[in-house]
Write a protein that binds this ligand. Structure first.
Ligand code: PLP
Length: 396
């Protein structure tokens, strides 16, 4: 079956929810991908920050193979060891409380939303509100969607879940204003990913922490994209002056296997009780075994230091390229702002033609999310490819 056949079948049988690039990938190893014609690509998107330990990381493959050959699924009505070991490891490496497993990022956030609402009801709040920032992205199920202002505007999908409001991005004063007695939680991405890689200032994070503490609301960090080493620390919050009450994780957690987690600190971790939440697949032994293998790799001071160094190197190289206006982000989560007039979508397509996979989260920005295991030569090659593409754009 060639690409044309795949496209014809997709057009006939798949719902039209995605715009795909015209490439069929058939194999991956480390930071490299190969298409059906045998062409090699350098992957600076990593499945949107999922394949952080590289494609088909041998330790992840072995953990999956070993677990799948023994036991794939039993449900949450019984015990399995990978699940409890993973919960212990996640709690110990972050907020120290309890974990609820999910199958995706949006589901991890659903858990956080339920938890926050119940926590608020316990404070006597009748109509709990969740506050987030404009341009935040928290997912596409109805709770997470309601906290994703740009998508929640889609009236065709309405009515939206009530009890959500947003304030202008990184506006500490507006956030303070919005948080009151009925606030259940402030739910934020410490660095917005999907909307173009924008970090919240320390000042606003401190304001969020204080505002939550004043009224007894929970501060929830969505670390679905920023977590697990992406920014050069295991969790992005470690490089900020605040500690959240709850954090959500997914994407890189399973090394490509679908898994999400809502991690709540000691107080918040006690809120949900039997019957409040659940999932048939979540916490399954194969996904948890994969996640344990991922943590073994990324929860490592040497790797995290290298992420910071490689990120700094990539940033410097990008800043030296004509056509690059600014570079935002932290570690290996970078947004490359292009000079006005450069069509980022066309540039992204051109980079794919040149064998470099990136994505375009907003007009005028390229987003780079390479595997954390990328090497210096690959960083240099990616920057050189972007430079060459921008040069040829300038000549057109
Ligand atoms: N939260 C953030 C910050 C994300 O970047 C994403 C996905 O891009 C999600 C939530 C939703 O995750 P998922 O697509 O696994 O549901």
């Amino acid at each position: 079956m060639n690409l044309t056949d795949l496209q014809a079948l997709e057009e006939r049988y798949l719902m039209r929810t995605y715009r795909r690039a015209p490439v069929e990938f058939v194999r991956g190893e480390g930071a490299l991908l190969w298409d059906a014609g045998g062409r090699e690509y350098l992957d600076f998107l990593a499945g949107i920050s999922v394949c952080s330990v590289g494609h088909c990381n041998p330790d992840v493959v072995e953990a999956v193979r070993e677990q799948a050959s023994r036991l794939i699924h039993t449900s949450n009505l019984f015990y399995t060891e990978p699940m409890v070991r993973l919960a212990e490891r996640l709690a110990a490496s972050s907020l120290g409380g309890r974990v609820f497993f999910a199958n995706s990022g949006t589901e991890a956030n659903e858990c956080a939303i339920k938890l926050a609402r119940k926590h608020a009801h316990r404070r006597g709040v009748d109509s709990p509100q969740i506050v987030s920032f404009e341009r935040d992205f928290h997912g596409r199920t109805y709770g997470a969607l309601a906290a994703t202002p740009s998508l929640a505007e889609n009236a065709d999908l309405g009515p939206m879940l009530p009890g959500f409001r947003s304030v202008p991005f990184d506006d500490a004063a507006a956030l303070r204003e919005a948080v009151g007695e009925s606030t259940a939680a402030v739910l934020i991405e410490p660095i917005q990913g999907e909307s173009g890689v924008y970090a919240i200032s320390d000042e606003t994070l401190l304001a969020a922490r204080e505002a939550c503490d004043e009224v007894g609301a929970l501060l929830v960090f969505d670390e679905i994209q920023t977590g697990l080493g992406r920014t050069g620390s295991l969790w992005a919050y470690e490089q900020t002056p605040v500690r959240p009450d709850v954090l959500t994780s997914a994407k890189a957690l399973g090394g490509g296997m679908p898994i999400g987690a809502c991690i709540a600190g000691p107080g918040a971790g006690e809120v949900l009780e039997p019957g409040d939440h659940g999932s048939t697949f979540a916490g399954g032994p194969v996904a948890c075994a994969a996640a344990l293998a991922v943590l073994e790799i990324v929860d490592d001071a040497t790797l995290l230091r290298r992420v910071r160094e490689l990120g700094a190197d990539l940033r410097q190289r990008l800043l030296g390229i004509e056509g690059v206006r600014a570079v935002r982000g932290r570690g290996l989560m970078l947004g490359v702002a292009l000079e006005g007039g450069i069509d980022a979508t066309a540039l992204g397509a051109d980079l794919l033609d040149r064998g470099l996979v990136v994505n375009v989260p907003e007009p005028g920005t390229l987003r780079l999310l390479p595997p954390l295991t990328v090497d210096s030569a690959q960083i240099e090659h990616a920057a050189a490819t972007i430079e060459a593409a921008l040069l040829s754009f300038g000549e057109r």
